[in-house]
Design a binder for this molecule. Structure first.
Ligand code: ADP
Ligand code: MG
Length: 489
């Protein structure tokens, strides 16, 4: 079989840590990932005898909100199961998860599909979504930090429908944006609040029988996902080309060597000794609560992207706003205060936000910045209407960032408002031409290069506070058709 006859088939298992105040099965407060090791533990985390789990309602509510956004069917009753494994990252000796009866099934996520077109999306089907507890962090040198043990995780399992390494990374990016938009998770790969296992198999193009899948564990960067899948596809292709069958293994990605490494033969279900959790009743979610979660969803990222498309933004501009939710929210607030607007104004606002403002205030500081969305919107409107020049607008933005306030007030105070009255501009032009009669005469006699000299003098008199194009037009009029009877210029 040649590589050309084989297509990659990929499915993701994504874990994200929910943003709750306490752990999944006890009141132990959760701390930031940077907190001192083992400062967020309690008797339940240590599995001291006599401790029992109670389900954190906040975690269930966040998981239901996520399931609603993904269009999953939320089960009225789901169950808890013990997954046993012998490893010190969970003192109980088992993890409580939802194996047989997950919180939700089905659903899908919309993912950009740039191979089809800049605005195209593809629907990636999901299999299930369930709750489970996280395990301790094992540091190199076998130091254990139990702050994370028992933290609430949601696992989202996609169907095996992803077709390339790049698409796998796009699915995870889309999920991350959704988690951020919903406010259910910090969804940060660097701190482990978003992690991903990737299942890869190769399938013969013409045949529908699935290939043998291997699983790459715990990928924690978008780039690594892409590279790991690429490396795994190559590994399986090489095996099959050599006539060696693929065996189901669990792998890890070694980023230093940019290669996948077999860790172990994949565990079978039996090894986990799954059994129903006897210390917890089934988890009940009132259908009314699931309906309320669906009704209270915000605009989801792919819908936002489409709105920006309709607004006239380019795909790149839309991505800049959608991929950085703080920017998108700021843009929307500014847009609201602009009122009715055409695509040109929306694009100008986007540029002033993503280039000029972000050049002065990093996105993380926007929420507490002195400059507010309505002020930027007003500045962009003034620029669009020719009330201020672009260099003046930049000066005004500097001051808005420094002191807040409204752009109109700053423009007036700093003398940055453009002269708008044609009569006043013409008066300034006439006074300049009177001051340079020799140059005017030479220009009129055909010395065209004096044009620049004359317009320079006019702009000097106006101290830059005029739209150069407008001055240009009025100067043409003044030089080429002097008012009848006026022989002084
Ligand atoms: P396990 O816990 O054993 O990994 P799960 O049911 O949790 O099993 O996860 C199965 C994952 O494997 C899903 O993401 C699914 O899409 C993926 N998968 C199933 N079959 C294949 C296949 N033939 N090729 C690639 N991925 C697959
Ligand atoms: Mg798995």
């Amino acid at each position: 079989m040649t590589a050309a006859e084989l297509v990659p088939v990929i499915g993701l298992e994504v874990h994200c840590r929910l943003k709750t105040a306490s752990k999944l099965f006890s009141a132990c407060p959760l701390k930031n990932p940077g907190a001192a090791a083992n400062s967020a533990t309690d008797p339940y985390t240590w599995a001291l005898p006599g401790t029992l789990p109670t389900v954190n309602a906040e975690a269930v509510a966040l998981a239901v909100r996520l399931a609603a956004a993904l269009g999953c069917e939320v089960a009225e009753e789901s169950g808890w199961d013990r997954k046993h494994y012998f490893y010190p990252d969970l003192p109980k000796g088992y993890q409580i998860s939802q194996h047989a009866r997950p919180l939700a099934r089905g659903g899908a996520i919309e993912v950009p599909d740039p191979e089809v077109g800049p605005w195209a999306t593809r629907t990636v089907a999901l299999q299930r979504l369930h709750l489970e507890e996280d395990a301790a962090k094992v540091h190199a040198g076998a130091l254990l930090d139990y702050n994370r043990a028992g933290a609430p995780l949601v696992e989202i399992v996609t169907a095996p429908v992803i077709r390339s390494a790049a698409e796998a990374a796009r699915v995870l990016r889309a999920l991350r944006l959704l988690l951020l938009r919903l406010g259910v998770s910090d969804a940060t790969m660097e701190d482990g609040s978003l992690r991903c296992d990737v299942n890869v198999s190769l399938q013969r193009r013409a045949c529908s029988a699935p290939g043998v899948r291997c699983e790459i564990k715990n990928l924690n960067s978008f780039n690594f996902i892409e590279r790991a899948v690429t490396a795994e596809v190559e590994r399986q292709e090489a095996l099959l080309a050599a006539g060696v069958p693929v065996t189901p293994v669990t792998l890890r990605y070694d980023s230093a060597r940019a290669a996948v490494q077999v860790m172990r033969v994949k565990e079978t279900e039996l090894e986990y000794r799954w059994l129903p959790e006897p210390d917890l009743p089934p988890l009940r979610v009132d259908p009314a609560a699931a309906a309320a979660a669906r009704a209270s969803l915000p605009e989801l990222p792919e819908r936002t992207r489409m709105r920006y498309c309709v607004l006239g933004l380019t795909p790149l501009e839309a991505s800049t706003l959608v991929d950085e939710p703080v920017l998108g929210d700021w843009f929307d607030a500014a847009l609201d205060s602009l009122g009715p607007r055409g695509p040109a104004l929306a694009r100008r606002l986007c540029k002033w936000l993503t280039v000029e403002l972000i050049g002065r205030v990093p996105p993380a500081q926007l929420a507490s910045a002195k400059v507010v969305p309505a002020a930027l919107a007003e500045l962009v409107r003034m620029l669009e209407c020719g009330e201020v020049s672009a260099p003046a607008a930049k000066q005004i933005l500097d001051l808005l960032v420094e002191e807040g306030g409204v752009p109109g007030g700053i423009a007036a105070r700093e003398g940055l408002v453009l002269e708008d009255d044609d009569a006043a501009l013409t008066a300034a032009i006439v006074s300049v031409l009177r001051g340079y009669p020799r140059q005017v005469a030479q220009y009129r006699a055909g010395k065209a290069e004096l044009w620049g000299y004359l317009i320079g003098r006019v702009m000097q008199v106006l101290r830059g506070r005029a739209d150069p194009q407008r001055v240009h037009k009025l100067l043409v009029v003044a030089l080429h058709s002097p008012p009848p009877g006026d022989d002084t210029i």
